[in-house]
Every structure is written in structure tokens, then in C-alpha cells.
Design a protein around this ligand. Structure first.
Ligand code: PMP
Ligand code: GLN
Length: 387
């Protein structure tokens, strides 16, 4: 047989699938893969159910159902004062994952350099490489994960055309502040580059820190596309409704990629998400507040056991340093070990890095009901005989 595409044929199964399978195998509480264990608003699920019965159930428009594009334009205007023309500057996709793929396909050509900020979400690199792009990794360092100008200068020194910026950032829970965004904007502008901004956790920020889209900085609107996901906003990760917003020229190319990936996504889910954006703002504002309490609970419980939790200003995730626990293996071995023996699953941070990655950090998802987090904390405490 002739060789298959080495990028995909040679790829492993994602760490999320691997750890969820292991959690199932051992009956572990799954704090690995990031998904809430309580579904989002009933009114949205009822709206989607009704739309399935009433229809239409044939192909929705390629760019997305008009009601959703209008709701997205109003959302971007209301929260960030960003004005997108819903007829040409917003495309609805099948989840943030497809939004990322379509954006990379639409913007990255063979030979282009793309800056990824590590630890980075796992889907970015393979799609960049499949398009013939070259990754320039900019590694943030624990425990502060600060972005330095020197690192940014180095990352752009090869003439990068695109940077993928994820804020709030999975897996480390970092929310880029205005000073860091200004620095990124300076390089994007000076190097005539573009930014794919993965903002799927835009509404999940804590302690009064707010999400600032890079697109809102001076000169950035024309250079940025913004990616969102209803899965994260409404705790409906299985719906896979996402979107890309950006200036007409960029969305034009991205929608051409989208038309050949999925072309469109379910009408019923799109109309329900439109209703959610219009009338369920309270849900996601409250969700952030609840998540902050869960983060605090888990961080305190982990600290009592001997983990050293790092700061998390947003997302579903808390990173913890395992070096005080006396475990001699890697982060990946640690996660497998606690899944089997403490029956709590986590994700090793090295899965989000290339090259010499840190091996003393693991990620816990805290988007779970309080009793579930309590039980996880008890299991870990009992296993490590502390807490
Ligand atoms: N980007 C990041 C940083 C994520 O954590 C996720 C998680 N699921 C996605 C994109 C994909 O979003 P979706 O589930 O809507 O495809
Ligand atoms: N975004 C989720 C996480 O980081 C996982 C999504 C997936 O399984 N592909 O845990």
C-alpha cells in the first residue's frame, strides 16, 4: 500500500479520548476530558427538540441560519463593541474544532509559519502541518505562564504569517491581560500577520478578570478572526455549534474551506443557540461564578493532599504541580496511575507541548457537580493518605 497522509496516519488518539476510555475502564471520576456533567438550559434543549419536529430538517444555509448570525452579531457588539456584518463576516461551523480547522485552512498556505503558544490545544498543530504550514512554538513557562517580548520576538523572527491565540487558555487557565495583548498586537501589526483567536472560553473568566478579544485592540479588527463555541457558553459540548467572526476578506476564505468540510450544521441546534444568545445571558454569567467556586474548592482540596495548584483565571481547568507527591514517573504515568489506583482521571500537561515539555504538571477539569468534585477529592486524599 502506498503511504497514507503521515500527519494523520502517524498521529495518536487524542489524550482526551485515551483518558476518558481509561476512566471508564477503572470506574474513575473523569476530571480529564473537559465537559460539564450538567446539561445547559432546558429552554434551549426544548427549542432544539421543537425545531427537530417542526423543521426545516434539510440543509441550512452554508454561512449559518440567519437568526443565529444576527444573534452572534448582537453578542459581539453587546459584549465587546465589535461590529460584524452578519451577511458576510460571520460563519457558523460544527463546533469550535471545525471553526479552527476552517480558519487554518482558509488562512494558512504551504510554507507559511504559524506561531502556537504552548501548552497549546491539541488540534492546532496537525491542521497547520496538514496545510503545509510550519509551526513556531512559543513556550510559556510555569508557574506564571507570562508572555515575554523576547519570546514573541523570537517566535516572529522567521516571518510568521499567523499566530493562534487561545484566551482564556486551555489547558492552563490563563487569561491574557491587556499589556500582553498589546504586545501581541504590536507584532501582528509590525509583521503584517494575522491572528486566529480561539475564544471558546470567552465567558468563563474568574476573580473579576475579563476576556479582551485581540480584535478590539487598535488596528486588529482587520487582522483577527474570533472563534466561539456554544458548547462552552451553554454547557452543551455535544452540540458542536461554533462560529468564526472576522473581516469580510478573511471570512470569505474561511467560509470556502467550511463549505468543503461540513458545509453547514443542524438547523435545530442553530436556532436553539440563537435563542440562548438572546435570552440566556444570565445562564453563562452565573456559570462563571459557579465555576469559580468549584475551582476554589478543588484547588484547596488538592493543596491539602500535597499537590501545588497553579493560578487559573478562566476555562474549565486547573493545573497542579505533582512534584511534592513523591511519584517518580512522568505526568502521563501519574495520570494513568491515579486513574487506576485513586479512580480519578486527569490529563498530563505534556500532551499540550512539543519538545522538552514539563512533566510535573497535570490538568483537572472542575466543570463538574459539587458532590462529584467532593468525591474526587476524597478518593485522592484517601489514596495519598492526606487531606
Ligand atoms: N478550542 C479549545 C481551546 C478547546 O478547549 C476546545 C474544546 N473543546 C475547542 C476549541 C473546541 O470546541 P468545540 O467543542 O466547540 O469543538
Ligand atoms: N476541549 C476539551 C478538553 O480540553 C476536549 C475536547 C475533545 O475531547 N476533543 O478537555
Amino acid at each position: 500500500m502506498k503511504p497514507l497522509n503521515p500527519i494523520f496516519a502517524g498521529a495518536g488518539t487524542t489524550i482526551f479520548t485515551l483518558m476518558s476510555a481509561l476512566a471508564n475502564k477503572y470506574g474513575a471520576i473523569n476530571l480529564g476530558q473537559g465537559f460539564p456533567d450538567a446539561d445547559g438550559p432546558l429552554a434551549l434543549r426544548e427549542r432544539a427538540a421543537r425545531a427537530l419536529i417542526d423543521g426545516p430538517n434539510q440543509y441550512p444555509p452554508m454561512m449559518g441560519v440567519e437568526a443565529l448570525r444576527q444573534a452572534l452579531a448582537a453578542h459581539a457588539k453587546g459584549f465587546y463593541d465589535l461590529s460584524y456584518d452578519c451577511s458576510a463576516e460571520i460563519v457558523v461551523t460544527s463546533g469550535g474544532t471545525e471553526a479552527l480547522t476552517a480558519s487554518i485552512m482558509g488562512l494558512v498556505a504551504r510554507g507559511d509559519e504559524v506561531v502556537l503558544i504552548e501548552p497549546a490545544y491539541d488540534s492546532y498543530r496537525p491542521i497547520v502541518e496538514a496545510m503545509g504550514g510550519t509551526v513556531r512554538a512559543l513556550r510559556l513557562e510555569p508557574p506564571n505562564w507570562a508572555l515575554s517580548e523576547a519570546a514573541l520576538a523570537e517566535a516572529f523572527s522567521g516571518g510568521a504569517k499567523v499566530i493562534i491565540l487561545n484566551s482564556p487558555m486551555n489547558p492552563i487557565g490563563k487569561v491574557f491581560d491587556r499589556a500582553e495583548l498589546e504586545l501581541i498586537a504590536e507584532y501582528v501589526d509590525r509583521r503584517d500577520a494575522l491572528a486566529i483567536c480561539d475564544e471558546v472560553y470567552e465567558h468563563l473568566t474568574f476573580d473579576g478578570s475579563t476576556h479582551i478579544p485581540l480584535a478590539t485592540l487598535p488596528g486588529m479588527f482587520e487582522r483577527c478572526v474570533r472563534i466561539g463555541s456554544a458548547g462552552k457558553i451553554f454547557s452543551l459540548t455535544g452540540w458542536k455549534v461554533g462560529w468564526v467572526e472576522g473581516p469580510r476578506a478573511l471570512i470569505g476564505a474561511i467560509s470556502k474551506a467550511h463549505q468543503f468540510i461540513t458545509f453547514t450544521t443542524s438547523n435545530a441546534l442553530q436556532v436553539a443557540v440563537a435563542q440562548g444568545l438572546e435570552s440566556e445571558e444570565g445562564y453563562f454569567l452565573c456559570l462563571a461564578h459557579e465555576l469559580q467556586g468549584k475551582r476554589d474548592f478543588l484547588a484547596a482540596a488538592l493543596a491539602r493532599i500535597g499537590f501545588k495548584p497553579l493560578a487559573a483565571q478562566g476555562t474549565y481547568f486547573l493545573t497542579a504541580d505533582i512534584s511534592g507527591l513523591g511519584f517518580s514517573g512522568s505526568d502521563a504515568e501519574f495520570c494513568e496511575h491515579i486513574t487506576e489506583h485513586a479512580r480519578v482521571a486527569a490529563i498530563p500537561l505534556s500532551a499540550f507541548c512539543t519538545g522538552a515539555a514539563p512533566t510535573h504538571l497535570v490538568r483537572f477539569a472542575f466543570c463538574k457537580q459539587r458532590p462529584v468534585l467532593e468525591e474526587a477529592a476524597e478518593r485522592l486524599a484517601a489514596y495519598f493518605k492526606r487531606g
